[in-house]
Design a protein around this ligand. Structure first.
Ligand code: PHE
Length: 348
């Protein structure tokens, strides 16, 4: 090839190379083009090899041309690379855009179940009066649930309790506790008077589910044993906690009743919180709502736990927590409390 031909070829390579560079639509394609134009096997490199056939005097000129061609193409590749990077960045700014003003999906914070809430409020009221919180097992022995509470074997009051027995040991000796009163016995067996305790927990009875009865329910038990405790202390304590929970317009009322483990015994009611005693559908127009049972600890119970009934007297009372919650929140059916439906619980 003559020097003129070489110059012409070089010029054509630069022109077609520039077109290829401009046509490269991505960084990867540009890399390919770059390799083809400037790599070892590129036509521009081939031209260098032709130099040996050229007159020595012409070589510097051709060398300069080829170098200039390389430089031109290298510059073009660099420019194109910069342009592609800039375009890719602009595109990703649009495509990967995060709208930080959009609200998150968020999650609602839960809250305590209404029964748990009242349970804790009751604990607070009694702890505030100097009581301690005691506990007992849900699966209980006959001794604690009945016998020590002055229900002798065959006592008709046992039949009132609709007991759910557990198939364990001797027949009818292990059961789901039918009330929280067995905790009274457990506490008195463990510690001498003075005793000021409340026990809250689940109790179980073979009741058919209806609006106000559930086979699983919750009770609070209060036990006070000390020297000189009288019926006046019992009435005063119940009145006190009713006021603490519901305010001064709500009071307590007592009717004579019977429990084997208290003597005398009473049932107690509180002023209906809905009509404040006027009479409404909730209280069947009586102005009162039955809460639970109470009385002075029977001397036989003291004897069963080796407390001297001549030295100590005491009172106890117990009532259903679920019932109280139903009243407070106007829950028509008790099963709504325990269905586990968050749409129900979320209303409170
Ligand atoms: N345990 C009784 C019941 O469940 C209530 C009660 C407790 C009565 C304490 C008197 C004293 O019906």
């Amino acid at each position: 090839m003559t020097p003129a031909e070489i110059a012409e070829t070089t010029e054509r390579l630069v022109a077609s190379g520039a077109a290829d560079i401009d046509a490269a639509s991505s960084a990867e394609k540009l890399d390919e083009v770059e390799r083809a134009l400037l790599g070892k096997a590129s036509p521009l490199n081939e031209i260098r090899k032709l130099m040996k056939d050229v007159a020595e005097a012409d070589r510097p000129e051709i060398g300069k041309n080829v170098s200039a061609a390389r430089a031109t193409l290298e510059q073009k590749v660099a420019d194109r690379r910069a342009a592609l990077t800039k375009a890719a960045r602009a595109l990703s700014l649009v495509e990967d855009r995060l709208d930080l003003t959009i609200g998150g999906r968020g999650y609602r914070r839960g809250h305590l179940h209404p029964v748990t809430r009242i349970w804790r409020e009751l604990e607070d009221v009694f702890v505030g009066m100097g009581y301690r919180v005691a506990e007992g097992p849900e699966v209980e022995l006959d001794w604690y649930n009945f016998e020590a509470l002055n229900f002798p074997p065959g006592h008709p009051a046992r039949a009132m309790q609709d007991t759910l027995y557990v198939k364990l040991g001797e027949p009818e000796q292990v059961m789901l506790r039918t009330h929280t009163s067995p905790v009274q016995v457990r506490v008195m067996e463990r510690q001498p008077p003075p005793i000021y305790v409340v026990a809250l927990g689940r109790a179980f009875r073979r009741d058919t589910l209806d609006a106000r009865h559930s086979p699983v329910f919750h009770q609070i038990e209060c036990l006070t044993v000390d020297r000189g405790i009288t019926l006046g202390h019992l009435l005063g304590t119940i009145e006190m906690f009713v006021h603490a929970l519901f305010g001064p317009n709500i009071s307590a009322r007592f009717n004579p009743s019977y429990f084997p483990f208290t003597e005398p015994s009473a049932e107690f009611a509180m002023t209906c919180v809905f009509c404040e005693g006027e009479g409404c559908t909730v209280c069947s127009r009586t102005g009162w709502v039955e809460l639970g049972g109470c009385g002075m600890v029977d001397p036989n119970v003291f004897r069963a736990v080796n407390i001297d009934p001549e030295e100590y007297t005491g009172f106890a009372f117990g009532f259903g927590i679920d019932r109280l919650v139903q009243l407070l929140y106007g829950v028509d059916h008790i099963k709504n409390l325990w269905d586990g439906d968050v749409r129900f619980a979320a209303q409170f």
